[in-house]
Design a binder for this molecule. Structure first.
Ligand SMILES: Cc1cc2nc3c(=O)[nH]c(=O)nc-3n(C[C@H](O)[C@H](O)[C@H](O)COP(=O)(O)OP(=O)(O)OC[C@H]3O[C@@H](n4cnc5c(N)ncnc54)[C@H](O)[C@@H]3O)c2cc1C
Length: 218
């Protein structure tokens, strides 16, 4: 049945976690509702709801008007909302991958990704596949036709979006020339990038940043 709203709240649980590097953790969220999720761009943003300050997992009601209801919850019981990027969606399997930057225990989302165990519930505000509009928003990657040159500059939190964009461009018959600068915490946080003659990636290592830059990796 077609949906009237582009986004909705999905119930999911943490299925598994996989360390991609010392500071990047892939978290796979899953559940029957995720079969109805959509992603409309390689930088599709979503909202994740983490346990409230007092510790209980998010159990936001579904349906229209959720944000007003969310705002009416007392702060101590209100689930914390953070913005993340869909890295991969396997809707037919009811699974979605989110890559978390682990920046320590100070941020509750980072802390959740470090400590959460399989089966932990979470809610996701994400695109609804039943919504028919072409551009339902939630992403900024709208390249011109026949893109020829692309400059990318990101920190680690935008790496999921940037790598998704590189995957998309690598599949083109004639990919553009791309120069990318990715800032990460350590040398071991430099992730594999798609092969391609027109792609030059420079990993800027925060620990060791100097005037001469980081490590080139093409
Ligand atoms: C469109 C969009 C897409 C995003 N996609 C992703 C994504 O896919 N993966 C991802 O990991 N993040 C992503 N982010 C960033 C993420 O929303 C923030 O890093 C978020 O604030 C983390 O929440 P937290 O609860 O861990 O920390 P917060 O409670 O927000 O912050 C707590 C403390 O941690 C510090 N802090 C927060 N983030 C970082 C960081 N990255 N490095 C160092 N210190 C930090 C803050 O300055 C603060 O002092 C995205 C942001 C946007 C706007």
């Amino acid at each position: 049945m077609a949906s009237a709203t582009p986004y909705k709240i999905f119930d999911a649980v943490l299925r598994h976690k996989k360390a991609l590097s010392p500071h990047l953790m892939r978290v796979t969220l899953a559940g029957p509702m995720v079969t109805e999720m959509a992603t409309r761009a390689p930088n599709q943003r979503v909202k994740l709801f983490f346990p409230a300050v007092e510790g209980s997992p998010a159990r936001l009601a579904h349906g229209d008007g959720w944000y007003a209801r969310y705002r009416s919850i007392p702060v101590a019981q209100r689930p914390a909302m953070r913005t993340y990027t869909i890295r991969h969606l396997r809707a037919e399997q009811g699974e979605v991958d989110i890559d978390f930057v682990l920046h320590g225990e100070t941020g509750l989302a980072s802390r959740w990704a470090i400590h959460a165990a399989a089966g932990e519930p979470i809610q996701i505000f994400a695109p609804d596949s039943q919504f028919s509009a072409q551009d339902a928003g939630g992403f900024e990657w709208k390249p011109p036709q026949q893109l020829k040159h692309l400059l990318m500059v990101t920190d680690a939190t935008a790496l999921p979006a940037a790598l998704g964009i590189l995957d998309e461009l690598a599949a083109l018959a004639v990919p553009p020339l791309i120069q990318a600068f990715f800032e990460v915490d350590s040398v071991d946080d430099a992730l594999p990038v798609p092969d391609g003659p027109g792609l030059a990636v420079e990993w800027l290592i925060r620990d060791h940043a100097t005037a001469t830059g980081g490590c080139a990796n093409t």
